[in-house]
Design a protein around this ligand. Structure first.
Ligand code: NAP
Length: 275
């Protein structure tokens, strides 16, 4: 139960009811024995900066930011991490003294998750990313920093793809779906495959044995793309790791403690099964 000294973190978004942050972070606080709580606030578009001011006034210990506030949050904080500055979007706000720091941890959450399980170091690898929206941009930026040798960006609309390539200009280039066959790792960062969508943003023909195929869609956790990947003998990685990875980074930034990964993963798995 909350007490007068409970420290509160929040997630803001619109909609926000679907957010798993309160469940995942709540499980983490409990596992770590912390008197902390995570709550969700539905904040209408255009009020993101107001929510940051509320964070200052209320002394919230941390803020997770989802759509449609990520760009506003980048404007409302006092300091941006290099990745948040590059992306112009913030999904995690923390304190540094009296200043609010905005970070972007979606992509680094995925890189961290791949390193942890199934133990993939992207250094020297060739990585194909399909999509150029918010999640894809964060992934391209983080993969660009990971030591990957090459990042191939494939997207339905070309201008968004061209802008995304600029997030990792030393290693990224524009590509087409056929180029994914030559990649060690291919990542679906589009919503294709969500819910009951049986479509795949990455065609079966470009998948091959030995490849690592990542689908960041997490509802459902097993998508048609991952099924096709297993059929050809590729390693299939679902979106849970990225979800947990960015929550771990938030937990560690806010509390200064190591994240209780197993408890977070278990709580998310139960919540996703019920969703
Ligand atoms: P977004 O900003 O709306 O971007 C969507 C991207 O997908 C765009 O590049 C869009 O291409 C492309 N796209 C959409 N429909 C498509 C289709 N039918 N065929 C081909 N490309 C299509 O979305 P987002 O925030 O990046 O999220 C994308 C997905 O990632 C969602 O399913 C979300 O739930 C998931 N996600 C997962 C995690 C995690 O932790 N696992 C984190 C964040 C997001 P155009 O540019 O041509 O429109």
């Amino acid at each position: 139960m909350p007490t007068g000294s409970t420290r509160v973190v929040a997630v803001i978004g619109d909609p926000v009811r679907h957010s798993l942050s309160p469940v995942i972070l709540g499980a983490a606080f409990e596992a770590a024995g912390l008197d902390w709580a995570c709550v969700a606030f539905e904040v209408a578009a255009g009020h993101g900066i107001g929510a940051l001011e509320a964070m200052r006034t209320l002394g919230l210990a941390g803020l997770s930011v989802t759509m449609p506030h990520k760009v506003d949050a980048a404007r409302g904080v006092d300091v941006l991490t290099p990745s948040a500055a590059r992306l112009g979007a913030v999904n995690c706000v923390s304190w540094e003294g009296a200043r609010l720091v905005g970070n972007n941890t979606d992509g680094s959450g995925l890189v961290r998750a791949l390193e942890a399980d199934p133990g993939i170091e992207l250094s020297g690898m060739s990585v194909g990313v399909v999509g150029a929206g918010g999640a894809a941009r964060s992934i391209i930026s983080a993969v660009g920093e990971s030591g990957a040798e090459r990042v191939v960006v494939v997207n339905r609309s070309r201008p968004a793809a061209e802008a995304a390539v600029e997030l990792a200009p030393a290693v990224a280039r524009l590509g087409g779906l056929a180029d994914l066959a030559g990649c060690d790792v291919v990542i679906n960062a589009t919503p294709v495959g969500m819910g009951s969508d049986a479509a795949m943003a990455i065609p079966r023909e470009v998948l091959r044995a030995g490849q690592i195929v990542v689908d960041i869609v997490y509802h459902p956790l097993d998508t048609p793309l991952l099924g096709a990947a297993r059929e050809v003998g590729a390693t299939a990685v679902n979106g849970l790791g990225m979800l947990i990875g960015q929550a771990e980074l938030a937990f560690e930034t806010w509390t200064g403690l190591g994240a209780p990964t197993d408890s977070m993963r278990a709580a998310a798995t139960v919540a996703l099964a019920r969703a």
